[in-house]
Design a protein around this ligand. Sequence first.
Ligand code: SF4
Length: 482
Amino acid sequence: MRGYRCHKELYLNIHSPELESPITADQQAVFDQGNEVGETARKYFPGGVLVDFKPWDFFGSLKKTRELLASHTPIIYEAAFEYQGCYARTDIIKYSADTQRWKIYEVKSTTKVKEEQLDDIGLQAWIIANSGLPIEEINLVHLNPACRYPNLDNLFTIEDVTAQLRERYPGIGPRVRQLFSIVKTDQVPSIEIGSHCTSPNECRFKAHCWKEKAVPEFSVLDLPKIGEKGWEYFRQGIVSVDDPRIVELTPLQQRVIDVTKTGERFLDVPEIKKELSTWKFPLVFLDFETTNPAIPRYEATGPYMHVPFQFSVHQMKSVESEINHEEFLHVTATDPRPTLIPALLKACEGEGSIVAYYGRFEADRIRDMARVYPDYAVALEALLSRIVDPLPIIREFIYDKEFKGSFSLKAVAPALLGAEQSYDGMLVSNGGEAQRAYQEIINPNTSPQRKEDLIRASLEYCKKDTAVMVDLVKWLLKVVNE
Ligand code: SF4
């Protein structure tokens, strides 16, 4: 499958694996989630037998699969097949007595079928069919976005992709043979970098290939919303944002280029003043941390729906007044919302504006909770009209060279307020780490000491997010009042 994406990726994976970047914690979390979904799916096909061999134990898995097929086992999980040096393991296969053929079920942790999944299951089906197993039907099993906890009967949607794969089938053999011939040469395939390096996921040779191509830290590819056009420039040898051949830009892209060239910060004070004049004191700075499990585990939530488990609130009566801080972190495996909501309403009491960076996210979480907890709906909905967001103000009216094309709080704050606003060195320093810390905190096997450390680090991280927003807004107010 790596060869399907990029011939060079396959080649390097086999000949130069040392160039591959280690799996990141975020990538590992995605793999773990995929495994959890795969194992859960087996319960929807009960009575099967698992080929319980490690992924690298090809021969053990093949032998066990042959034995299970020979003994007429009707449902097999993780069955292994081999054909001409190609090897595949299939999540679930099920025997159909009527047709005396097998149905293949490949489980994916997405909520819809994706193009690359068809390639994946197509290759598997090609291997299985050529290994001699008669196939009746090929299905992709994915998470059903309409499913709502606690009713998980409809957690999965099964899509029959047999007809779609029939069209692709004749092309699979030649494609596989081409991959084998590439791997057997002693020449690294000459493949240009491109959007395929990051889509559908980040290639683990990216650091190597991009260094080879000398892609600078900030290039035409980093211009806001440049997309495929950035790659068109790149292919023409236009890499630096200084290049005069970069044309037909949006006003924002042009501004990013101008500031990068001159080094002079862009600041539209009258417009910032106009925006801030609509904000109402006392200001309440709000930030949520959320968990979004693939398999829903909280009342009325579906796959990947975000549930807040933590918030930080800073309250600012006036620019000169002392800043109060309130925080909440759920530390057990129960639903966080019944205790989080009253604490949130108390922390956000009053009528002042609620400041949230990319506030749409906080608003959506509040809306979700209002839907699920009707007793709190009126109070929660009242928060929505108070939300104001510094992000569009900064995106429209401020640009600093150090933003390097990004308007995230983590890019903007150190550039405007100084390096001490950086999150570097914190045990929990981003949303993904906060989610993983939460999973560890609620895990009964976590040691008390580790749990304590993680609780402290999580509180520190979320507090930092709102504290940075306070400093940012103070800075904005200072700029407009000078
Ligand atoms: S980084 Fe890009 S070009 Fe390099 S191996 Fe990966 S996908 Fe291919």
